[in-house]
Design a protein around this ligand. Structure first.
Ligand SMILES: O=P(O)(O)OC[C@H]1O[C@H](O)[C@H](O)[C@@H](O)[C@@H]1O
Length: 279
């Protein structure tokens, strides 16, 4: 298999790479000793599987298809069809890349029975911004889910705390129950939570002495995921110890915050990632 195409974007000190395979940000360098994103050393980069790490784009459904309000057909792949699509490079500027694709139900063998266009704009300067726009090209409204599934690089996931979710209700998929966040979030085991929240979050990383801020718009849920040791052992494209090196903070419209996409009313989901040193 041939390797996927890769494009650079951003200024010298804050450069990054992205691929039209999935409109996927692979890496981006903030003003910090460490990269913003974790990319698996075992990531498959020949276009035969989703890329593990960076920022996968999940659309038009999220996670397992059988639980999605977007109602993809049984047997559809997890996290939608966007992350394994070859997108068009629509525009290339020194600091930004724009990718898009159109989905037509007639061409897609029934995998998602509605027509839409997806566009991703990636911009790197002092911060990294990723914006996903979904456009209904059909003649009827339909439900979609979406997520910018960022793998944020951390010194050690066991040491971090996540601020900004205090008081947010969440569905705990690892434990199969609903709960409400109290205070800052520390991860102590397999974590897979869909928070109903529109707030920015901060990942406090004492080991690397830095704070990552994820600000967002057009997003009603924030997903926090880490498979921990036991989950990582079942993931082929992740090394045994790699789970300690990232936390996924996903800017999403998932499950109860799925959106209805109306003809003539594009919806945009934006995440901005910034890094500063901790006091
Ligand atoms: O392994 P993947 O298909 O990339 O999914 C990785 C993870 O993504 C999200 O965070 C979901 O909430 C998890 O349930 C899922 O395990």
């Amino acid at each position: 298999m041939t390797e996927i195409d890769i494009h650079t974007f951003g200024r010298h000190a804050n450069a990054g790479h992205a691929s039209p395979f999935g409109a996927h940000v692979l890496d981006w360098q903030p003003n910090s000793d460490h990269p913003l994103l974790w990319l698996s050393p075992r990531a498959v980069t020949d276009g035969t599987a989703p890329i593990r790490g960076g920022i996968p784009v999940c659309a038009p459904w999220f996670a397992a298809p059988d639980q999605s309000p977007a109602m993809p057909p049984p047997g559809a792949p997890a996290h939608g069809l966007a992350r394994t699509r070859r997108w068009e490079l629509e525009e290339r500027a020194p600091q930004s890349l724009t990718y898009s694709f159109t989905h037509r139900r007639a061409d897609a063998g029934g995998v998602f029975p509605h027509d839409f266009t997806a566009r991703v704009v990636i911009q790197g300067s002092e911060e990294l911004t990723v914006a996903l726009t979904l456009v209904n090209d059909d003649d009827h409204p339909f439900a979609v889910e979406a997520a910018l599934h960022a793998y944020l690089a951390v010194g050690d996931v066991k040491d971090i705390t996540i601020d900004g979710l205090d008081g947010a209700p969440y569905y705990d998929a690892a434990k199969g129950r609903n709960a409400v966040q109290k205070g800052a979030l520390s991860l102590v085991g397999p974590t897979d939570r869909i928070y109903v929240s529109t707030s920015p979050i901060h990942v406090m990383d004492p080991r690397w002495g830095r704070r990552i801020t994820v600000d967002k718009s057009g997003s009603g849920t924030t997903v926090v995921w880490n498979p921990w040791r036991e989950g990582a052992a079942r993931i082929a494209d992740m090394g045994d110890d790699d789970w300690q090196r990232f936390v996924c903070v996903e800017t999403a419209n998932a499950r109860q915050r799925a959106i209805t996409l109306w003809p003539g009313h594009p919806r945009r989901l934006t995440a901005t990632y910034g890094v500063d040193q901790m006091d």
